[in-house]
Structure formats: structure tokens, C-alpha cells
Design a protein around this ligand. Structure first.
Ligand SMILES: C[S@@+](CC[C@H](N)C(=O)[O-])C[C@H]1O[C@@H](n2cnc3c(N)ncnc32)[C@H](O)[C@@H]1O
Length: 337
């Protein structure tokens, strides 16, 4: 049974069931509204126009409907949406009609859909769990200056709950500690970049985040062996986790535009964070416990760090935590004094 809801500027027919699971006749998860909103904002924030958009794992068609309703006309040349589930394809067609928008709808396996296409300027890999099995085909068909959007919901594996699974699937060692989600995101970035390297495509994250139960990354694709070599030079260990991506998680300009357009607290935190080129962050309660320090409020610590001439902002990755370019030793000394 279905009901009609609204998300962003789209109207959608979605399953009535309140329990969200893979077993739904057609998959629609309201919790992922922010994931879709961030995609709209990202596409609005970059300079690419007349894009051919590919949504290989289409679900209910909500993302497609929102792109077509919310993005300026100049952005989209064609939109292709696919799902392996016949019922999903029926609902996608229905939802496109409901919103009076048009797209090419395909019922195929995602990899076949991507490989049989003429290529895309934007591919959105939004799977159940790991994106791994769709990465190779997506990278192959991603055009010059194209954007690869990747969601991963297997955060347990990437953040250290299943070490062997992470080694097998992401070729890296995770750590279950205070920075586990930043490490997990960076491990995933490196994995995607290594698939890119197979095809001489350099994939640089321009926007990424951790939220609820998932990681989300938008990569910009450039072609060339030398560019790939530069990416790989930024792979390494962080404490005992990795190898992982040690480069930037955000393009500062993109983060600023997304925050301005989005007008949302979470996006604003990321925008501020994007200005600090540091890997990892400090978790205040952990530092206090480890070094037997007096507890100071986060705001007070940030104020003191800035007074010393360093940068400091709260991080979106964890509560009571801050990103700063101050060395740990100096921070401890400062908190002791
Ligand atoms: C997480 S949902 C996608 C949600 C959708 N992108 C959204 O924003 O609401 C994953 C979708 O992938 C589809 N799917 C799973 N395996 C697939 C495959 N191998 N090829 C194509 N579609 C597949 C499922 O039927 C499901 O609709």
C-alpha cells in the first residue's frame, strides 16, 4: 500500500510501512532526506551545467524528482534513472508523472545500466550498505570534470567494529576510537580513489560528511596519470588507522556555497570546519581523562586556541570535539595552565 508525501519540492508516492527496511516493496527512507538535499545543494554549488545525470540505484525516484524540480533548468541536459526492482520502476514512472517532469527510466542491473550508457557527468551511487560493487563501472563511465557521489551505510565496518571486513572490503585497518568516523570516511575516500587510479582518473573529494548512519562523498574527476600520482601521495596512516586519505575533505569554496544555499546548522559547521586543514580532531572529554585535565567548556578552549594564533572550530564528526591546527602537546599545556 502506498501514501503520497512531500519532500523538498517533490510530491511522492511511497510505501505506507513505517518500518524502513530493504524488504519494502519500493525503498524510500525519510531519514535520507538530508542526503538528497545535500546533493541538490552540491549540484547547485558547482559550475557544471548541461549535465547528464545518472541514478543507477533509483529507489522511489525521489532524488530524480527533486533534481528535476529543484535544480535550475541550465544544470540538466538529461537525467537517467534505473532500478533492478520492477515495482520500483513502476513507482519511479508514477512519481515523475506526479511531478510533471521527464527522465529516461531503465530497469536493469546498476552496473549494466552504467556500462551500457554513453557516460555521465554525475553518477550517484546510493546503495544498501557498501558502494564497492558499483565503483568500477561508475568510474569507467564518469566524464571529465564529472562528479561521483558515493553513499556508504556500512559505517560499522569502516569505523572499526568489523576490522577484518574493513581490510577485505576497503584494504585498510580501521580504529574504533574517538576519530573513528573521520577515519572511516577517509578510508572510503582512498578506496574510491584507488578504483579511480585503475582508470587513470584522479578523484578529489570536494564535499564530504558523516551523518546519522552513513558517509557521503562528492568527488570531482580529472583525467591523467600524474594527477592520480598526486592523489596517491596523499594516502597514509593516521595514528593506527589506514592507509587512508590525508588530503582535504572539502573544497572550501564549495563548502561555503553549500552552506549559504542550505542555510542549515550542520552545513554551517562543515563550512567552518573546511577552513582548517587538519587531519583528525580533539575530543575534549577524552583529552581531559587521558591527561587528567580540568574540564573546560568547548567554547572556552576554542577561544584560548584562537588567542594563541591557531584555528579552531567544532567538528560535525562527533560531539564535544574540535578541529584545530594546534599540536596536541601545546593544547594540553594550554588546558593545564
Ligand atoms: C538505498 S536504495 C536507493 C534509494 C534512492 N537512491 C533514494 O534516494 O531514495 C537502493 C536501491 O537500489 C536498488 N538495487 C539494489 N541492487 C541493485 C542492482 N544490482 N541494480 C540496480 N538496482 C539495485 C534497490 O532496489 C533499491 O531501490
Amino acid at each position: 500500500m502506498y501514501k503520497v508525501i512531500e519532500e523538498g519540492k517533490a510530491k511522492l508516492k511511497v510505501p505506507k510501512e513505517s518500518k524502513i527496511s530493504k524488504e519494502l516493496p519500493v525503498f524510500y527512507n525519510p531519514v535520507m532526506e538530508f542526503n538528497r538535499t545535500s546533493s541538490v545543494l552540491l549540484l547547485k554549488s558547482i559550475e557544471n551545467n548541461k549535465m547528464i545525470l545518472g541514478l543507477p540505484l533509483g529507489g522511489s525516484g525521489v532524488r530524480a524528482a527533486r533534481f528535476l524540480k529543484e535544480l535550475p533548468k541550465s544544470k540538466i541536459k538529461e537525467l537517467w534513472i534505473n532500478d533492478i526492482n520492477k515495482e520500483a520502476v513502476k513507482i519511479i514512472k508514477n512519481n515523475l508523472k506526479l511531478n510533471k517532469v521527464k527522465a529516461h527510466v531503465v530497469n536493469n542491473d546498476a552496473n549494466m545500466f552504467i556500462l551500457e550508457s554513453k557516460g555521465f557527468d554525475y553518477i550517484d551511487i546510493d546503495p544498501f550498505g557498501s558502494p564497492n560493487v558499483f565503483l568500477d563501472s561508475a568510474v569507467k563511465r564518469l566524464g571529465r570534470d564529472g562528479i561521483l557521489a558515493v553513499t556508504a551505510t556500512d559505517t560499522g565496518c569502516l569505523a572499526g567494529s568489523f576490522v577484518n571486513a574493513c581490510k577485505r572490503k576497503y584494504w585498510a585497518v580501521p580504529q574504533k576510537n574517538e576519530t573513528m568516523h573521520e577515519n572511516g570516511l577517509r578510508i572510503l575516500i582512498r578506496k574510491v580513489q584507488l578504483i579511480g587510479a585503475d582508470h587513470d582518473k584522479a578523484l578529489t573529494p570536494i564535499y564530504s560528511y558523516f551523518k546519522d548512519h552513513y558517509y557521503r562523498i562528492f568527488f570531482r574527476c580529472k583525467k591523467g596519470k600524474k594527477k592520480v600520482d598526486k592523489i596517491i601521495k596523499k594516502h597514509g596512516m593516521f595514528n593506527d588507522a589506514g592507509p587512508l586519505w590525508l588530503g582535504q575533505l572539502w573544497d572550501k569554496k564549495v563548502a561555503a556555497r553549500v552552506a549559504k544555499l542550505g542555510n542549515d546548522k550542520f552545513l554551517d559547521i562543515i563550512n567552518r570546519e573546511s577552513k582548517i586543514p587538519a587531519v583528525g580532531f580533539y575530543n575534549i572529554p577524552k583529552l581531559v581523562k587521558r591527561y587528567r585535565l580540568n574540564f573546560l567548556k568547548q567554547d572556552e578552549i576554542i577561544k584560548r586556541i584562537r588567542k594563541k594564533g591557531y584555528k579552531a572550530e567544532i567538528t560535525h564528526f562527533a560531539p564535544n570535539s574540535l578541529r584545530s591546527n594546534i599540536e596536541e602537546e601545546k593544547l594540553i599545556k594550554m588546558m593545564k595552565s
